[in-house]
Every structure is written in C-alpha cells, then in structure tokens.
Design a protein around this ligand. Structure first.
Ligand SMILES: [Fe+2]
Ligand SMILES: [Fe+2]
Length: 290
C-alpha cells in the first residue's frame, strides 16, 4: 500500500517527463511479429533527432562495425529490433536525466553515469553467463535508480535530506530514505516504469534491485542488476548519490554463479564498453538538437 507521502508524489507525478511517442510506437512495432525493418525505419526516420542519434551511435566504437552505416534500415538489419529499441530508449532516457534546470545538474550527471555504467555492466554480466535477454538487462539497469530522479525533481527537499544523511552517516541512500521518508527510490522508480508502460521485468527489477532474493519471476535479472550496481560502483563510474557500495547479496551471487577467477576479465570488459558508450552520450549533450 502506498504511504500518504508516496501518494502525494503520485499526485504530482502527472507532469513527469514522458518518453517520446516515437519510442512507444517503436516498442509496439517490435512486439508485433508482422513488422518489417522497413516499417520500423519509416517510423524512426520521421524523427530527425532520433535518426541522427541512432546513426551516430551505430557508428561509434561501442558497436565497432568496420564499415560506415549510413541508413536507418541498414542499422536495423545489422543490430536487430531489440537493440534498436534499447538504443532509442537510452537516448530518450538521457533527456530525462539532462533536465532543463541547472540546479542539481552535477548530481544528475553523476547519476546518469552511474546508470549507464550499471547498464553496460548488466549487459556484460548477462553475456558472460549467456543470459538470453541482454538487451532487456541493459534497459533494466539503465533505469534501476530512476526513482532518484523522481525525488530530485518532485520532492527535492526529501532528496536533499536523504543524501545529506547518507553522506554524514556513510550509509546507502536507500537506507537513509527508509529512515527519513515514507518511500524509497525503488517504489517511485517502479511507479514511473509502470507509467511509461515498460515491461513487467523492468518494473520488477527496479523495485527489487536492493532485495533481489524477493524478486520472484525475475530474481535472476534482479540479481544481475544488483551485481552490476556493485561492479560499477567499485569501478567508480558515476555516483548513485551516496558513497557506499551495497553489500553483496549472497543468494544473488549464488544464483548468477560467476567464477571468482572471471571477475577481473568482466571488470575490464565493463570499463572498456563504458568508455565507448559514454563518448557517445557526451556528444549527445554537446549537440542535443541535430
Ligand atoms: Fe538503488
Ligand atoms: Fe544504483
């Protein structure tokens, strides 16, 4: 049951940023087995900003294709529908983080870096254990802390109190939220995912990333994002609003079953994938309206 405080945020959340209509249309098309690459290309090319960003990203070193890709159809054929959706969602969510106001800009940027780091880490871990849905893992991890953005924008006094307490007492932001407020970023994050009509996996992983053993059907995915959160903090990619690394949930660790000997390789892969993709998003900040 939502607490009165959470209910108050839900009431104010009505003007929360929405994902662009194009991303919704694209998600629908991808779920429809009869859509073709050509249909999808048509929808994307109607949006010039998305088209420019998509082509910039597919030509970045993150994907490392040897030849230059100049058309949206070629990008779809090479990357596949799921990757394209992931990529468009990434660029759209970036806008939500970028915001328009200057206050807390640094905190937002740090949180974006943390989210992107976690997304990259979840994808690397997913590939390593041969998870079937690495693209979805990327999206779940990209959005895992989106509830912190909700608080920053709609309950800034709460966010400031919680981050201050986390810093002063060297605790996780989530524990400070639980002590001071009547809600945590996992609840507001899930609310936003539901509002954006994102898949149940995304909403559940957001909700359970600090308690992955409770995640039911998506316990494995929650465990991967939980571990990705820890890895990207250990690598100091951005900041989640506190300086603590969450303690490793042993049930989650057992479920993923990574060999200790592989951790160093995984960390190196995360670092290199992160530096490839963050070059792209830096460019998106520099030229948002191509
Ligand atoms: Fe979190
Ligand atoms: Fe996090």
């Amino acid at each position: 049951m939502p607490t009165p405080k959470l209910k108050a945020i839900i009431r104010r959340i009505d003007d929360l940023p929405t994902l662009p209509r194009t991303v919704f249309r694209i998600s629908e098309m991808i779920n429809n087995p009869r859509s073709s690459a050509r249909d999808l290309a048509q929808v994307i090319t109607d949006d010039q900003v998305l088209t420019a960003r998509l082509l910039r990203l597919v030509n970045s070193s993150f994907y490392g294709f040897p030849q230059r890709i100049t058309t949206v159809t070629a990008a779809i054929v090479l990357l596949g529908f799921e990757s394209i959706r992931n990529l468009l969602l990434t660029t759209s969510v970036f806008d939500v983080f970028a915001g328009r106001r200057h206050d807390r800009q640094k905190a937002r940027e740090n949180l974006w870096d943390h989210s992107l780091g976690c997304a990259v880490a979840a994808r690397v871990i997913g590939k390593h254990i041969r998870h079937e849905k690495t693209e979805e893992l990327f999206v779940c991890a990209l959005l895992h802390d989106i509830g912190k953005i909700v608080a920053m924008v709609y309950a800034p006094e709460d966010y400031d109190r919680a981050t201050r307490k986390a810093e002063q007492e060297n605790m996780l932001l989530r524990d400070a939220e639980a002590d001071l407020l009547e809600y945590t970023h996992t609840e507001t994050g899930r609310m936003l995912a539901e509002r954006w009509n994102l898949p149940a996996m995304v909403a559940d992983v957001i909700y359970y990333h600090h308690t992955p053993e409770q995640a039911g059907a998506f316990a494995k995915e929650a465990a991967i994002v939980h571990l990705a959160d820890i890895f990207c903090r250990a690598l100091q990619l951005g900041s989640g609003g506190d300086n603590r690394i969450p303690s490793l949930n042993s049930a989650a660790w057992d479920r993923i079953a990574i060999r200790k000997a592989d951790i160093a390789t995984i960390m190196t892969e995360i670092e290199s994938a992160y530096s490839d993709i963050s070059t792209f998003t830096d460019a998106a900040t520099a030229a948002p309206s191509v």
